[in-house]
Design a protein around this ligand. Structure first.
Ligand code: NDP
Length: 390
């Protein structure tokens, strides 16, 4: 890239600053570290319409890339939620972030004393941001400690684990939400509205591709290359966005899936987890979906919705901060602009609202379980080389 050309991160940062996302921009690659700590804390305390003492208290478990770069800075834009506790296996890191976010040292925990959260009345909800295979254990222990649970996608690495998580939260009379951020993001919500209200005509086809390069040399991808920790490869990690898109655009559940998987046997990254997954879904209304995910191609996060009267493209569709909507009809092609918003704050506040008003989250555990069942059927179809009814 020529020196004069801004990097993608800098373009994003400029966009965020223009859009008033100072604190969120602070979370990106620590470009402006001075904003993450005290300013974020100050905004955290002053941003809400609800008095700070009425905000729902959150604990974050697993201080990795996503939690520290996206989620924690986003609390400054929450109106109903405040970050009050941290759980980490790295005491030094927990201390550093506790200081930055104005969290009392007594509110930092590790994986051994995690269950002591039960004695902390400041914490209402626990947000699990751990490697996939750890979601189930920490959800069950969290619910048993009397806390509501928000869990990252994919919900777990098996159907049985998802069921255990749902049962534990029901038994404890606590809410369980899966953090499907795209279902709280304005561009995706607009696409859902247009598709379901017939603005594209009768729906015929959905395509969606999610891809990137797996880099096991980086800490956040090391566990993703291990089947035991990740549960699977590109499908479990990012193919889930393609699957979700087809489900939330149609509002239907597929009846049949068919899949093909390919990983280069010479590529050491794919010794345990799969690279490319192509899968098709057929929905009851007759809509079909051609979906894919991959760990060995250029970053892609998009979907297209084909109706009898129009085609809608969202590209990127599931990025953190930038989305582009293009709509083509027989008369015109146009870019649609919608106000961007911080999807992380929106989803976190949604859970807080559900707790405050005793409502069921829009994306509960059952929604996560559906995806895990479908992904298991996708793997089964690829193994058998035949369609699988679901
Ligand atoms: P990271 O590896 O960056 O973070 C995971 C953290 O979990 C680690 O930093 C560590 O935190 C903790 N941990 C505890 N035990 C282990 C272990 N044995 N191996 C590795 N880490 C361990 O991963 P990500 O932040 O990228 O992903 C975490 C979760 O969030 C995943 O489920 C992923 O699917 C999801 N995610 C969701 C995204 C979305 O857009 N919704 C985007 C990215 C990720 P500590 O040192 O504090 O103990």
């Amino acid at each position: 890239m020529p020196q004069s050309e801004p990097s993608k991160e800098n373009q994003r940062r400029t966009f965020l600053l223009k859009a008033g996302y100072g604190a969120v921009a602070a979370g990106i690659a620590s470009l402006v570290p001075s904003i993450t700590g005290s300013e974020a804390r100050a905004q955290n305390q002053s941003s809400g319409m609800i008095a700070p003492e009425k905000k729902v208290g959150w604990a974050i478990v697993g201080l990795g890339k996503f939690a520290t770069q996206q989620l924690m800075p986003s609390f400054s834009q929450c109106k109903k939620s405040k970050l009050v506790a941290l759980v980490s296996g790295d005491a030094e890191k927990a201390k550093k972030y506790a200081t930055e976010y104005g969290i009392a040292e007594k509110n930092t925990y590790n994986y051994q004393n995690y269950d002591n959260l039960r004695n902390n009345p400041e914490v209402d909800v626990i947000y699990i941001v751990l490697p996939n295979s750890m979601h189930a254990e920490y959800t069950v222990r969290g619910a048993q400690a009397g806390k509501h649970i928000m869990c990252e996608k994919p919900m777990a690495t098996s159907v049985e684990d998802c069921e255990k998580m749902i049962d534990a939260c029901k038994k404890a009379n606590k809410k369980l939400m899966i953090a499907y951020r795209a279902q709280y993001e304005p561009y995706n919500l607009k696409a859902i509205e247009m598709a379901r209200e017939g603005k594209l005509g009768k729906l015929r086809l959905i395509t969606s591709e999610h891809g990137r390069h797996l880099k096991p040399e980086e800490p956040s991808d090391k566990w993703r290359a291990q089947k035991k920790m990740a549960g699977g490869g590109s499908l479990m990690d990012i193919g889930i966005y393609s699957l979700q898109a087809a489900r939330y655009i149609t509002g239907e559940e597929p009846e049949e899936v068919m899949a093909m998987i390919y990983s280069d046997p010479k590529d050491p990254r794919f010794k345990e987890v799969e690279d490319r997954v192509n899968f098709m879904l057929r929905f009851p209304s007759g809509v079909q979906a051609n979906l894919s995910s991959g760990y060995s191609y250029h970053e892609t996060k998009r979907f297209s919705v084909f109706g009898t009267d129009a085609r809608l493209d969202l590209d990127p569709a599931t990025d953190y901060y930038e989305h582009n909507m293009h709509v083509a009809t027989k008369d015109a092609e146009e870019q649609r602009k919608i106000k961007e918003d911080n999807q992380f704050s929106l989803e976190i506040d949604h859970m807080s609202e559900c707790i405050l008003e005793n409502k069921q989250p829009k994306t509960p555990g059952e929604e996560g379980l559906r995806d895990i069942r479908l992904m298991m059927a996708i793997y089964e179809s690829a193994r058998k080389g035949a369609p699988v009814k679901v």
